[in-house]
Design a protein around this ligand. Structure first.
Ligand code: ADP
Ligand code: MG
Length: 318
């Protein structure tokens, strides 16, 4: 059976590009470039809570870093360094090998160095800390939304929740639909490039990890404003769209979670520039509503009537 040190040497020690001292000493060393602030965030994945016990370790590895990169995107930061704290029930080398392959596939795509961590025995838990650089005056915060701002969302919402519902037997999907939704659930693509480009064009931003309503709710609370959005405008795949009359699917799109898209608010005068930038980088952006002076979140349904988001089925938000 491999020891802790075998696992670290074999699977988690890689050459670094963003610092000369990564894994191997008592601490790694990093230095942000002159004039840049360090953005730091941690996200933990616990078996049974954030992924199913039989989840493919490659996907768990990808996702454990990707969800952290999504937080960097939401801050407008460039991710550079990560640490990885890993609790494993046994030194299952086959699992660790696949986990590391997924983790480093994501790390290589976004040019992030794994610079340290900790490895111990325990219930399967993965805690990643991500660090990145951001110009202090160009940080995207939750607190800057202003009445009249347009509310934008990147990509499509709801497919990850649809996949999870299908895996749990709550909702039937065809095989090709399931495959498409599973890729949203298993290998989310964090919007790092988008976050870096939004900087001065937007007033507030957040990444959608707990569902649109909950995360937009955080912007509203931090900014002391309200919002009105329209379900008809919320971007979703043709798979969700074709089922959108089903209240359960509406809930997955509005409140499902695991989307890792960005939600941001921006003044109307920047609309054309934002749309142009989105086309340039090939990220779909959709305007879903407006920030209001009156507090509260009003959601209009397919018939344009207000949906009661506090009724059962939406208690995720309540
Ligand atoms: P210490 O006893 O000083 O905490 P460890 O034996 O835990 O050191 O770790 C040895 C080295 O390996 C350290 O540089 C640590 O950051 C790194 N390390 C441990 N586990 C991991 C991991 N899962 N991923 C990346 N680096 C790790
Ligand atoms: Mg240690």
């Amino acid at each position: 059976m491999a020891s802790e040190f075998d696992l670290i040497r074999k699977y988690f020690s890689r050459p670094t590009h963003q610092t000369p001292l990564g894994v191997g000493d008592d601490a790694a060393l990093i230095a942000p470039d002159a004039g840049m602030a360090l953005a730091v965030s941690t996200d933990m994945l616990v078996v049974g809570t954030h992924f199913l016990p039989d989840a493919n370790p490659f996907h768990v590895g990808w996702k454990s870093l990707a969800v952290n990169l999504s937080d960097m995107a939401a801050m407008g930061a460039l991710p550079k360094w990560a640490t990885l704290a890993l609790a494993l029930p046994t030194a299952d080398e086959a699992w660790v090998e696949q986990f590391a392959a997924g983790f480093f596939m994501c790390a290589d795509k976004y040019q992030v160095d794994l610079i340290g961590g900790d490895t111990t025995r325990g219930p399967l838990t993965i805690s990643v800390q991500i660090m990145g650089e951001v110009r202090a005056n160009q940080t995207l915060l939750r607190s800057g939304a202003k009445p009249g701002d347009e509310i934008w969302v990147s990509g499509k919402l709801g497919d990850a929740a649809l996949a999870l519902a299908a895996l749990q037997g709550h909702h039937a999907l065809d095989q090709d639909e399931l495959d498409a939704c599973l890729s949203a659930l298993n290998t989310p693509q964090p919007r790092v490039e988008l976050g870096l480009l939004l900087n001065v064009m937007v007033h507030s931003a957040i990444d959608i990890s707990d569902g649109l309503l909950a995360d937009l709710g955080h912007i509203l609370q931090a900014s002391n404003v309200g919002a009105e959005i329209n379900l008809q405008h919320v971007p979703c795949s043709h798979i969700a769209r074709s089922r959108l009359a089903d209240p359960l699917v509406q809930q997955m799109v509005l409140a499902g979670g695991d989307d890792y898209e960005l939600c941001f608010t921006a003044p109307v005068r920047n609309h054309a520039e934002i749309a142009k930038m989105a086309t340039l980088i090939g990220v779909p952006l959709t305007r879903i509503g407006t920030i209001t002076e009156a507090s509260g979140l009003v959601v209009r349904g397919l018939d344009n009537q207000i949906i009661n988001i506090n009724k059962p089925g939406f208690d995720h938000f309540a």
